[in-house]
Write a protein that binds this ligand. Structure first.
Ligand SMILES: Cc1cc2nc3c(=O)[nH]c(=O)nc-3n(C[C@H](O)[C@H](O)[C@H](O)COP(=O)(O)OP(=O)(O)OC[C@H]3O[C@@H](n4cnc5c(N)ncnc54)[C@H](O)[C@@H]3O)c2cc1C
Length: 138
């Protein structure tokens, strides 16, 4: 049977907690005519609820991180592994750090939070948890 024509380009920016559920839903209930694209700076999403256990050594990296490409594959989404640097909402265009711009019809932005303070304070005793992957590297 022929594939339905693409009528809508839906782009998810961020591969974190929020969009995991969108990908999961698309895997179970694909929308005909919708081309789904996941844009993410990181290919492994840390599950925040297990972060304390990871730091304490109860879990390892694979226990606490979701590998995004296989999930995206199940959802029928293509993956763009890059950082978004700008969004031109008037033209429906996303700009990236390392690749050409991408046009969209609909975009969902869930890129977590990022503190304005430095990741670690001067005495090295306090750390900002966000962004989580940078925190884990501390
Ligand atoms: C220890 C801990 C425990 C928590 N427990 C709970 C809880 O029990 N309940 C609760 O509701 N919340 C909890 N939170 C908060 C929760 O983790 C966040 O609210 C949630 O992660 C935000 O989801 P998100 O999808 O917006 O972003 P995140 O899950 O933070 O993911 C951000 C995504 O965006 C990508 N990204 C970032 N910038 C760019 C860019 N410029 N271009 C492309 N991609 C980008 C990243 O690579 C990542 O994939 C907890 C947080 C922590 C740290």
């Amino acid at each position: 049977m022929d594939e339905p024509a693409i009528t809508t380009d839906l782009v998810l920016i961020g591969g974190g907690h929020s969009h995991l559920f969108v990908l999961g839903n698309f895997a179970m209930n694909p929308l005909p005519g919708v081309r789904l694209t996941l844009v993410t700076r990181d290919l492994h999403t840390p599950y925040s609820g297990m972060l304390p256990g990871y730091i304490a050594g109860h879990y390892d990296f694979d226990d606490t991180h979701i590998d995004l490409p296989p999930l995206a594959h199940l959802a029928g989404a293509r993956v763009i592994h890059d950082s978004v640097t700008a969004l031109d909402a008037d033209r429906g265009r996303i700009r990236f750090a390392h690749r050409p711009a991408l046009d969209y019809d609909l975009v969902s932005i869930n890129i977590g939070s990022r503190p304005t303070s430095p990741l670690a304070d001067d005495d090295g005793l306090q750390f900002a948890v966000k962004p989580v992957d940078r925190f884990i590297d501390c």
